[in-house]
Design a protein around this ligand. Structure first.
Ligand code: PEP
Ligand code: MN
Length: 253
């Protein structure tokens, strides 16, 4: 399977947590490891991430697992130091409109996952991708992570139309993050499967071995065993996707 399965905790919390989670998601079939070092939290008092203090943890865990590492960048000044440890950058929903950051990401040749802002129109999202591309980095992949609508029962509303629209109208690949879209772990598996059937280039999923102890986003974290079961289902279902619909997303980046 050539799709990306990006998994890991919301944030790198400690060596033990990150190593344990990384080994588990690798065993279950993850292609990329995630875990934020710089968290953009609503409240200043909330855990903000380990920052550069987590670099050694990331290096050690990458060496142990061999998994490529995806990390959110929140400030243009982080580009040079993060380049040492990151295999794929992520622009979070809160920064999709941050043109200084987007331009800075034109200076790397590493792939950039560009998450959709809470209220971004499709054309604004494409325009944000253009900032990165025009600054010199063609390796941009979009990520649908839910938008704000009138619905308050879930954290965000997952818009799977964007996956189909971006592919058919713009030829752009879209990853889907049902974790931040729903905020509730039991809603994630069915939506992950639906996303793959809609033609998503892959999934981004938050996984934590002890969600109640998580420093951020515990309620949406899948247990490693639930993640494993979901990936098995994704693989089984993917066999039924017509081969004309299957694209090698690893080559696209
Ligand atoms: C994340 O992936 O850790 C994250 C904060 O996501 P988003 O930017 O979609 O809220
Ligand atoms: Mn999170």
């Amino acid at each position: 399977m050539k799709h990306w399965i990006i998994a890991g905790p919301c944030a790198v919390e400690s060596y033990d947590l990150f190593s344990e989670t990384a080994r588990a998601v690798k065993r279950a079939g993850a292609t990329h490891l995630r875990g934020g070092l710089y968290k953009m939290r609503t409240h200043n008092a909330s855990f903000q991430g380990l920052g550069s203090e987590g670099f050694q943890v990331v290096k050690a865990v990458k060496e142990e697992t061999g998994l490529p590492y995806v990390c959110e960048i929140t400030d243009p000044r982080q580009l040079a130091p993060l380049e040492e440890i990151v295999d794929c950058f992520q622009v979070g929903a809160r920064n999709m409109h941050n043109t200084a950051l987007l331009k800075e990401l034109g200076r790397t040749q590493k792939p950039v996952i560009l998450k959709r802002a809470f209220s971004a129109y499709y054309e604004e999202w494409v325009a944000a991708a253009d900032y990165i591309r025009h600054a010199g980095n063609p390796h941009v992949i979009l990520c649908e992570r839910g938008i704000r609508t009138f619905e308050t029962a879930v954290r965000n509303t997952l818009d799977l139309t964007s996956v189909v629209y971006m592919k058919l109208r713009h030829g752009l690949d879209v990853l889907v993050d049902p974790s931040h879209a729903t905020g509730q772990k039991d809603l994630i598996p069915p939506l992950a499967l639906a996303a793959m059937m809609a033609g998503a280039a892959g999934l981004m999923l938050e996984v934590h071995p002890r969600p109640k102890e998580a420093l951020s986003d515990g309620p949406q974290a899948l247990l490693p065993c639930d993640f494993h079961a979901l990936i098995e289902q994704v693989m089984a279902l993917y066999k039924h996707v017509p081969s004309s619909e299957k694209r090698d997303h690893s080559a696209a980046l």
